[in-house]
Design a protein around this ligand. Structure first.
Ligand code: NAD
Length: 267
């Protein structure tokens, strides 16, 4: 992971992004923190400084990912400050709970826009810079893209699209030395759940109890555990890995239909 030192990295988002930024900061990467919530992004800048970066090594930029001009401005500021781009962590995403039949079209559009269209736009605009450095992209998908979960249908659909986008872009970019991978977390407690409803944002214990049982290791993930997998994929340790995914889900993707039964005490 030492290869992350001095690597110019854009990280989008603000929840999980905090842990990702701090892990990259500990390895000495130079960071652009892109969020639509500047107050929060500034607190992440401060956390990165506590982890060892100086003011010259890290800055925040306000980006609404749905606006192409904002995205281009983010790349322009990155190049103006650091002169290059090595790594894009395509992390910002949105989730909402609702059963498929009840999902209003505007929610469908919002999730598709936030999780697919914007991730794709950011990746597309990053390519010219990553060609120069033979850099790489790490996208954020999720276990519910392949493990259907009631009320997470539309969110899962958008992340299934991210999985295909990861593999296709990896194929297309391989000849340029650009790697494209993804991380598939199980549940990790972040502000993500504020938008989900169901009382999760107010009650961490509720989230832990409801979701821990679904993960064979018996708990949800810590943000740092997801960040570590991202750091590995972005580093030279993963130099021949592309179009691939790492699950950070305590084994949840291995769960078959008998898992719930096996959790009950056997007589
Ligand atoms: N938290 C989990 O359990 C979990 C599980 C699997 C996958 N993921 C994925 O991980 C990624 C990060 O999730 P998180 O937990 O940090 O979520 P989060 O809600 O805590 O953070 C998402 C960030 O994205 C930003 N954002 C949203 N829309 C934006 C826009 N239009 N422009 C710019 N920024 C915007 C928000 O301001 C926020 O800071 C997402 O892609 C999510 O789908 C999360």
């Amino acid at each position: 992971m030492e290869s992350l030192k001095e690597k110019v990295t854009i990280i989008s988002g603000g929840g999980l992004a905090r842990a990702i930024a701090v892990v990259f900061a500990k390895y000495g990467a130079k960071l652009v923190l892109a969020d639509n919530d500047m107050a929060r992004a500034q607190t992440v800048v401060e956390d990165c400084k506590k982890a060892g970066l100086t003011s010259d090594d890290v800055f925040a930029v306000e980006v609404n990912n749905t606006k192409k001009d904002d995205i281009q401005n983010m790349f322009d500021k990155c190049i103006a400050r650091f002169g290059r781009l090595d790594i894009l962590v395509n992390n910002a995403g949105v989730g909402r709970l609702a059963p498929l039949p009840a999902k209003p079209p505007d929610v469908y559009d919002a999730l598709l826009n936030a999780n697919v269209k914007t991730q794709l736009s950011i990746a597309q605009l990053s390519v010219p810079y990553l060609k120069v450095t033979k850099g790489n992209i790490v996208n954020l998908a999720t276990i519910v893209a392949e493990d259907p979960s009631s009320v997470c249908g539309v969110y899962g659909m958008t992340k299934a699209a991210v999985e295909m986008f990861t593999k296709t872009l990896a194929l297309e970019m391989a000849e340029f030395g650009i790697r494209v991978n993804e991380v598939r977390p199980g549940v990790v407690h972040t502000s993500f759940y504020d938008g989900f409803g169901g009382g999760f944002s107010k009650n961490l214990q509720l989230l832990r109890e409801a979701e821990s049982a679904k993960h064979p290791m018996g708990r949800i993930a810590n943000p740092e555990e997801v960040a570590n997998a991202i750091a590995f994929l972005a580093s030279d340790m993963a130099s021949f890995i592309t179009g691939n995914a790492i699950y950070v889900d305590g084994g949840r993707h291995c769960v078959g239909p008998g898992f719930a039964k096996r959790q009950k005490p056997q007589n």
